[in-house]
Design a protein around this ligand. Sequence first.
Ligand code: HEC
Length: 166
Amino acid sequence: MKAGLPKKVGIGLLVVLVVLQFFQPNKNQGEKLGQNDIYQVAMTPSLVQTALETSCFDCHSNSTVYPWYTRIQPIGLWMQYHVNEGKEELNFSEFKTYTPKRQAHKLDEIVEMIEEDEMPLASYTLIHKNAVLTEEQKVQILEWAKASAKEIRTKANLPEPSAAAN
Ligand code: HEC
């Protein structure tokens, strides 16, 4: 076998990495809070606000804090993919624009995600240690999300979701 092949593969990879650096994804840097944010819809205690903004807003709002290493590709592209996907599912900055039915359903989903420890994403807390929710924060978020869903449904005359529907 020729010794030159591994070297060529190595150079090829290096070229790919260098070229990748020219692809800087569009950044998510709009208004975090405004007239349509979730606090306009749901009474949110400041402890819960802090938890949401620290642990969820990077992927679920119009404003992401980008650590320096997200300027390195493909890390930044990977992060942006999560931000886009996360915002599409749930955007706290635009929560008020959802129908009451959708708002209540999103709050149900938040309960589910917290109970099952699915959010924040593990790949995110691996680096963002401060985004790991404490047991107390989880209890507070759960209480808040359940009460808010209930209030939204009562105001809009919506039925409680049946236990079977999920
Ligand atoms: C690193 C990015 C990231 C962070 C941080 C994050 N999420 Fe998510 N979230 C996503 C992505 C991506 C999706 C959509 C794909 C999926 O469900 O895995 C999602 C989906 C969701 C959904 C919808 C789930 C469903 O049933 O469709 C909810 C609710 C949610 N996240 C809540 C939260 C809450 C609450 C926090 C903070 C405690 C949080 N997320 C933190 C990326 C994130």
